[in-house]
Design a protein around this ligand. Sequence first.
Ligand code: FES
Length: 256
Amino acid sequence: MSNFVDFLFSMNCIQILLRNLSTSKILCSDDLFVHRDNSDNNPNTPFEFTEANLTRLKAIIQNYPEGAQRSALGAALDIVQRQIGWIPISAMHIVAEILSIPRMRVYEYATFHTMAKRRYRGKFNIKVCVTTPCMIRGSDEILQAVEVATKCIEGGLSDDGLFGVDTVQCQGACVHAPLLVIDDDYFEDVTVNDVYSIIQTLRNGCIPPPGPQSGRYGAEPACGLTTLLEPPPPPGYGLQKALLQETPKHPSPKTK
Ligand code: FES
């Protein structure tokens, strides 16, 4: 009897273990929309627009009518991010001041759009798409390869500060699944070997060629052409015979 109870207990443990293994990762939602001051990111974190970026921002603001300068908010935060790689809260305050809008409007934008990085994500921010089409095309293995090649786990930063690894939802390029997004570039149709070579190229200080790594052009089928294999039929193809006969000409008024 006691053996049987032990057996049931061990089965139960295995079941719990399996269930845990198959549970999706816990999302640190705090990370998405909560700000807590820390030594790296607080209202006194040094930030100043470079002269060139300030000129750029002023030019963008002028594209909008008087009183609608808040429309330049996304562009302003993008400039901050391109300048230093992320958006500290001190920079948000400066942006709010330049655009004459409440700080809350900037916080709302920065916490809603996941493209706005509110912490440093490395010199190269590698994002692996894990939504269903990419998942069934092997994004789990791709993520694993990225973690091994960068020596950095998802959500973390590599020791040398070169790579930050994140997972993202559909990037709108499912036809090329699985894919990585590195900063502004898409690397599509990637295999585990492609991942290692892309990351090694970045380590060597070069930028690997973006786009489909399989060599296919645009969004053409991965297995080659499946339609339009022959020259298209001529005009009139498939019409009833009666419709193909030459239309009788009307006699001209003079010949009547
Ligand atoms: S699911 Fe990955 S790009 Fe759409």
